[in-house]
Design a protein around this ligand. Structure first.
Ligand SMILES: [Zn+2]
Length: 221
């Protein structure tokens, strides 16, 4: 049974970012949809400009780029791929990765940045998280980390500190994940685990579906 929800009233999560730019950074196509697809769709519907920046596309570049474009479209977000085709995150030095993400932060001046967390097991994800940490020195933005992303479940020591109610966008999130056909349907992997995770997170806060976030920094004005 769900915990009863408290009506906090006041300014909503989406109103906080309406009219501003939000930057979401994922190492690969599908990371953002898995981690915060519901949150990004809510922000876009709420009037934020949401930029989904994918650092690199490994493997079948053209197919995966098309899938990522379709998924971003479903969520109502803009897609950017930061590294040229064929370049992997491990191919570049950490300072180059920091410079790459710095240029996005300088250009977009985001009000919030969402990225991987320190709890990830994929080295590319941790590298992107660490580079995003460095970008905090440039300008103030709210900094959040999303749930570790993977195609198959692996135990992860991730402890959310904030929860976004994604009940209104859970189906959009699932459609965006399913757009990554080459990663799931083609390999016989079910995407339902992500609905289950959102349901579990929702139970923590008394709503049907939620996405948990770790909070790196946030001003409560
Ligand atoms: Zn990834």
């Amino acid at each position: 049974m769900n915990m009863p929800a408290t009506n906090l009233g006041g300014r909503s999560f989406t109103a906080r970012y309406a009219g501003s730019t939000v930057l979401a950074i994922g190492a690969h196509p599908d990371d953002l949809e898995l981690g915060i697809g519901g949150t990004l769709a809510r922000l876009a519907r709420g009037g934020a400009r949401v930029v989904m920046a994918v650092v690199s596309i490994p493997g079948e570049t053209e197919t995966r780029r098309r899938e990522a474009e379709r998924a971003a479209d479903i969520l109502g977000c803009e897609l950017r791929v930061l590294l040229e085709p064929g370049r992997r995150i491990e191919d570049i030095k950490h300072y180059e990765l920091v410079a790459l993400l710095d240029s996005q932060v300088r250009e977009l001046a985001p009000s919030a940045l969402f990225t991987h967390s320190a709890s990830e097991f994929h080295r590319d994800h941790v590298a992107v998280y660490n580079a995003c940490l460095s970008s905090q020195r440039l300008v103030y933005f709210d900094f959040f980390s999303y749930h570790p992303t993977m195609c198959r479940p692996v135990p992860m020591p991730f402890h959310p500190r904030a929860y976004v109610d994604v009940t209104s966008t859970i189906d959009v999130k699932m459609r965006a994940i399913d757009a990554h056909h080459s990663q799931f349907a083609c390999r016989g992997i079910s995407t339902e685990m992500y609905r289950d995770i959102a349901q579990l997170q929702g139970r923590m806060v008394g709503v049907p579906y939620a996405e948990g976030l770790d909070v790196g920094r946030m001003v409560l004005a």
